[in-house]
Design a protein around this ligand. Structure first.
Ligand SMILES: [Mn+2]
Length: 304
């Protein structure tokens, strides 16, 4: 039997960029004649609200062939790959988180495409375009990719947003004939999803990775308005960790609210950002940064 290709992503939790891009890449590879599925052993986080799950595209079951070959999207750190992936069954990595480019140079048989761009969905859109299969982009597939771009670029307002992301967004909106206010529908659906179980929403998007002076445990949440953010409830989630950081990105005022706990964390963050903290447990950045940007900054600072 023909080898099965499995498109998958990270371990533990995946977000809309991963969810949408693995589904869209499956559609492209299927169109090109491959036997391919898209699946994940991980929990879908709150960036994937119910109406997204109700679209016409879904993940496949995870019981894949024993000799299946894997393609990983939206992460390039091998410690955080879906648990079925090994360096022996892996054939391709497409990501927009930096840090592991050198590592993958040691594996010339594994194709890698790691670019610091707003969203992996943008890369997949470009591949669909380049392969000449734009016809697979129906409204629901466009909505998926647009949601991934909106989420990962913070409504195209984050400084990591590239012109490629903007073009992909505009083209997908046009091809899918998607109403202009789709971003509002998407972000308010995510907010409702968060409010259903606030603590769980935080837990479902915690990254544990030691980078530079940052605490090892880093959470992230995107909110429309900071007033709705319950700091007491949040602190309970981090109680079990000796040190932690929570990046609350507020779309309305364009700021990152960095809450933190643990000895010495305040000073380390003040040094890293060259900015006084606003309280014992809070440092506010004048423009929002995504967690991956904060980690990139810390990684670069540690190399100086
Ligand atoms: Mn992403």
């Amino acid at each position: 039997m023909e080898t099965e290709l499995v498109v998958t992503s990270g371990r533990k939790y995946i977000d809309i960029d991963a969810y949408a891009s693995i589904i869209a890449y499956r559609e492209l590879l299927r169109k090109r004649g491959y036997r391919v599925t898209a699946s994940s052993l991980s929990t879908l986080n709150q960036s994937i609200p119910e109406f997204i799950l109700g679209l016409n595209y879904h993940l496949d079951p995870t019981d894949t062939q024993k000799d299946a070959k894997y393609i990983v999207l939206d992460t390039s750190n091998p410690d955080f790959f879906d648990e079925r992936v090994t360096n022996d069954n892996l054939i391709e990595v497409i990501d927009h988180h930096t840090g592991f480019e050198d590592y993958w140079r040691n594996y010339p048989n594994i194709k890698t495409d790691i670019e610091f761009i707003g969203s992996v969905c943008t890369i997949i859109y470009e591949r669909i375009l380049a392969s000449g299969h734009v016809e697979i982009l129906d409204t629901d597939l466009c909505k998926l990719l647009v949601a991934g771009i909106l989420d990962n670029t913070l409504n195209l307002k984050s400084s990591i947003t590239t012109d490629r992301d903007r073009v992909a967004y505009e083209k997908l909106m046009e091809i899918g004939n998607i109403p202009k206010d789709f971003y509002a529908e998407y972000f308010s659906a995510c907010e409702s999803e968060i409010m259903k179980d606030f603590a769980k929403a935080i837990k479902d998007d915690i990254k544990i990775e030691k980078v530079g002076v940052l605490p090892e445990v880093i959470g992230q949440m995107i909110v429309l308005n900071i007033d709705k953010f319950d700091t007491e409830e949040m602190k309970k989630v981090f109680e079990e960790y000796p040190e932690w950081l929570m990046n609350v990105i507020c779309l309305e005022d364009g700021k990152s609210y960095l809450y933190f706990g643990g000895e010495g964390v305040r000073q380390r963050l003040e040094t890293l950002f060259n900015k006084q903290s606003d309280a014992d447990d809070l440092l506010v950045l004048d423009e929002f940064l995504l967690r991956k940007q904060i980690m990139k900054k810390a990684r670069e600072a540690s190399l100086l």
